[in-house]
Ligand binder design. Structure first.
Ligand code: ADP
Length: 585
């Protein structure tokens, strides 16, 4: 008897470890595993008891059971594979068959035992119907086999007296075993109940926490089931608690009908929810909705499905909505402002173009008439008058230059063809050619290595070089001026530098000199308009770069231009083949 009980428990507990799905099933299985171990120990005691009482055939039978359980244990451990489970059922059935033959006619209970052997299948394999069916078939076969062969095998049966002896010698072990099991079941269940209560409390607390979070966030949140019925609505979505309660179990359509809202919007929302469900992913869309007061409200809505841990079952759909009316209005305002600004900029540009043209032509006339006057009356006019005329001509030229510079400044950051490329060597060469008179007059020395080809407008590079090189020659009293142009490159940027051996700039003016009209000297000392460096700054910044100077009074200056490659680098950069240039005046 203990062997049968053990056999059944054994198979239940071991079969279950692999197939248990719920926490409760797992707990029961752990308990049965412990019980199995105790019963095995008692079985050994029974074996010893049979040997002591001289019940040798019973002892052989018990030993056979023990061996059989060992095998069963091994097979069920591999229970993840169905073949092993079937093999385990065969072992149980073989065990019962052997026992039936040994106990002979006394064991009419075999019918019951055969059925109990099927129990594990019902208990833990109900999810696999095919497997259950095969298991039952395998359990019925030995039953039939026994009934057909029992007549021929009666000789194997143990004598009735020995069977009774065996029963008597092991009764107390069975009782002990059952009591132990009952205690274990009771004890484990008490623990289990406690654990369950504790877990339920934790779950409730967690649910409360999540609900609080959902209530606090300023986003409308609604969850839906597979049939697109509301399962949860937070207070941000619907303020009124009564309405929220009413909504549970209803659909978008019901809600829109009840409040007389546009049903097309409800259909649209349902469509998006269905799409999210089918595509198994998040869907987002913007919705314009006219409320009861006739105000158009814009919202960003989204739907995302939530799946079970194994990703097979759709648990719910989360729908969220954020009011973006303010953002939309701000965007619209920004667009209007941008258009307005663009229009004003265009007007301003027209104005600058017109004024520079209108101012320059009379100035040119004044300058040429004054020069004519000076030439024609050189003999008639005294020294003072001639000096006055010459100063006026200078001022007019200065004014003319100023107008040109202001015009350049106003268009400095314009990029008409953003994909322009500038070979810095070519640009520099042409600027130096334009400056050749000054270079010769000053006996200047200008040095530059091969420079890169950049994605910049050549006119911009020309303005930068011409302003910085002219300054380098202009603000130099030591003779001869020596200027070096260089270009350093790293992974993300180019840094151009133009260094001179001129008068230098005291550190306190290093920032100010880049402001428009800021000059450190008056026109009598050094000619200029104070616009050149401001033009350079504007151009460099339009390429996302930076310009700065490092200098000290009387120690020369180095102007640096840092240009990010992301803005100026060509996709395939050409390395210029120009040799190192040294131009001497
Ligand atoms: P401008 O040269 O027409 O006066 P800039 O904007 O080019 O105007 O320069 C602003 C001021 O910065 C100049 O007036 C000068 O004082 C100073 N500066 C510019 N470049 C140099 C230089 N290479 N060496 C010394 N001072 C310079």
């Amino acid at each position: 008897m203990p062997a049968f009980i053990t056999s059944v428990w054994n198979s239940i507990s071991l079969a279950g470890t692999e197939t248990a799905h719920t926490k409760r099933e797992k707990n029961i299985i752990t308990l049965l595993n412990k019980a199995w171990f105790i019963v095995m120990v008692i079985q050994f005691c029974c074996l010893a008891s049979h040997i002591i009482h001289g019940l040798h055939r019973s002892a052989v039978m018990t030993a056979e059971f023990l061996l059989c359980f060992g095998l069963l244990h091994l097979l069920m451990r591999k229970g993840r594979v169905n073949t092993f489970k079937l093999a385990a059922i065969l072992v149980i059935n073989g065990n019962i068959l052997a026992m039936a033959y040994l106990l002979g006619e006394q064991t009419r209970t075999i019918n019951f035992l055969l059925l109990t052997a099927i129990m594990p299948l019902y208990l833990f394999e109900t999810r696999q119907r095919k497997f259950t069916f095969i298991g039952i078939a395998l359990s019925v076969l030995p039953y039939a086999f026994y009934h057909y062969t029992t007549f021929y095998t009666q000789a194997f049966a143990l004598p009735l007296a020995e069977q009774m002896n065996m029963f008597n010698s092991t009764t107390w072990e069975i009782v002990l075993c059952l009591l132990t099991l009952l205690f274990l079941v009771y004890h484990k269940n008490a623990i289990y109940e406690e654990e369950t209560l504790e877990k339920e409390k934790q779950l409730m607390d967690q649910k409360k926490l999540y609900e609080c979070i959902l209530e606090q966030i300023p986003v409308d949140i609604i969850t839906f089931d597979k049939q697109l019925r509301y399962t949860y609505v937070n207070s941000s979505a619907i303020k009124n608690a009564e309405v929220r309660k009413w909504m549970i179990g209803k659909r978008n359509e019901d809600f829109f009908k009840k409040y007389g809202l546009d049903l097309k919007i409800a259909e649209g929302r349902d469509r998006i929810l269905r799409e999210a469900m089918l595509q198994e992913g998040k869907r987002e869309f913007e919705e314009a909705f006219t409320d009861k007061r006739g105000q158009v409200k814009h919202s960003l809505k989204g739907a995302s499905p939530v799946f079970s841990e194994d990703g097979k079952d759709l648990l719910c759909l989360i729908g969220y909505s954020m009011d973006i009316t303010d953002i939309k209005e701000a965007e619209q305002k920004q667009k209007t402002y941008a258009q307005e600004l663009e229009r004003k900029n265009e007007d301003l540009q027209h104005f600058v173009n017109a004024t520079s043209h209108d101012l320059k032509s009379p100035l040119r006339t004044i300058a040429s008439y004054l020069q004519l006057l000076e030439r024609k009356n050189k003999q008639l006019l005294d020294e003072d008058s001639l000096s006055l005329i010459s100063t006026t001509i200078k001022s007019v030229k200065h004014l003319n230059q100023l107008i040109s510079d202001i015009y350049q400044y106003s268009v400095a950051d314009r990029q008409d063809a953003p994909e322009d490329t500038a070979d810095l060597n070519e640009v520099l060469h042409s600027i130096l050619t334009q400056m050749s008179d000054t270079i010769s007059a000053k006996n200047a020395f200008i040095n530059y290595p091969p420079l890169p080809v950049l994605r910049m407008a050549p006119s911009h590079v020309g303005l930068i070089f011409s302003n910085l090189l002219n300054n380098a020659l202009k603000y130099c009293i030591s003779s001869p001026p020596s200027v070096a142009v260089n270009c350093a490159e790293d992974e993300v940027s180019y840094t151009l530098s133009i260094s001179d051996n001129g008068i230098g700039i005291p550190p306190q003016y290093h920032l100010q000199i880049f402001e428009i009209f800021k000059r450190l000297h008056h026109s009598g000392e050094y000619d200029g308009t104070g616009v050149g460096l401001a033009i350079c700054k504007k151009i460099v910044e339009s390429y996302g770069g930076r310009i700065w100077v490092e200098s000290e009074a009387d120690k020369g200056s180095v102007f640096y231009i840092h240009l990010p490659k992301a803005m100026v680098s060509l996709t395939t950069n050409r390395i210029s083949q120009h040799p190192i240039f040294a131009i001497a005046g």
